[in-house]
Ligand binder design. Sequence first.
Ligand code: SAM
Ligand code: DTB
Ligand code: SF4
Length: 368
Amino acid sequence: MENNKTWTKEEILNIYNKPLMELIFDAAQVHRLHHDPLKIQVSKLISIKTGGCPEDCGYCPQAARYHTNIEKNDLMPLNEVLAKAEAAKNTGSSRVCMGAAWRNVQDGKDFDQVIEMVKGLSAMNMEVCCTLGMVTENQATRLAEAGLHYYNHNIDTSEEYYKEVISTRGFNDRIKTLENVRKSSLKVCSGGIIGMGETVNDRIGMLMGLLKLSEAPESIPINALVPVEGTPMEEQEIVPIWDVVRMIATTRIVFPKSTVRLSAGRMQMSKEGQALCFMAGASSIFAGDKLLTTPNPGDNEDMQLFNLLGLTPTEKMKDETKVKIRKDNLPLIADEKIKWSRPGHSIEKNLKAAEKAKTIRKTAKENN
Ligand code: SAM
Ligand code: DTB
Ligand code: SF4
């Protein structure tokens, strides 16, 4: 996906610092140009290998060196992965994301087993994503050939702040993996975390880091730190929802065509807070009552929220890069916008409004 505008740090900072109401409105407008605001993409995380990771990421409960209260597991058997995916599909997930607490992928038995998992999941007609740590171009190509659609690898924060969070690998190692993934036919999923003690400048720096990639990520997860006991970040205060909304809105404006995912941290957000994030351009979440190791709201609660807001989960394989353009090439200000511009209204009501708009336009044309 092209990075089709050159942004300066100052421009992005000015967006982030706009009066909040203006920022949300601007982001909602950009969102409607490229995405259906009544759709939400739902992904299910499956932790296929949990804990015991040699890295020292300061936020992560799975780093072996921190004493956290998680259940460690070796690589999950294939049939267990498929069963979890089937259950997730039945509750509305269109994508499965398999996460492994590895520093990097190593060729051999375990990677071969992951390849089988990817084949099995894509045969179930689900989109498949993996996050397995660093990969070579050859490994990314093998994953793509097995049927993988996305690879998730977050840059997490700005290049400057990265050193404060992780010492066992560098920011450039992350970029190298993202470029390896980009050389394969896989789509890129990369974003970061806010609430780790970083400054607003670092948040903008993270977006600048994503802009420096050869192409924009198709999917950008924005995680709010889940402070886990035993990690160096256990004492971090929960990031204010207003900061999450600002970060989502700014990401939406800077990357108009990418999918922005409201990722970790939803347990610490109200329904109203999450609704503002969707209004500001987030159109994807992780579903289920567990992320990788920490709790998540769960399917019932999310379904209630979607019903309340008039959101419908997307089916599989909606091309996230597809831009909706009217047949007559007019900008999206007529039927489509009317259909989409009333979150909370039922689809029927919005369609009725669109019909009414058509009649008004027709009458106006006849009178001219
Ligand atoms: N080991 C692989 C890696 O580092 O790429 C994949 C798994 S790792 C857990 C995936 C991402 O989860 C991290 O890059 C980070 O952005 C996010 N994450 C981990 N712990 C988190 C936490 N406590 N709060 C919010 N996000 C977290
Ligand atoms: C991402 O950006 N967030 C997800 C997914 N990609 C792999 C992981 C969130 C993990 C939160 C902490 C946990 O549950 O262990
Ligand atoms: Fe390991 Fe990934 Fe956790 Fe870092 S974020 S400690 S690499 S599992």
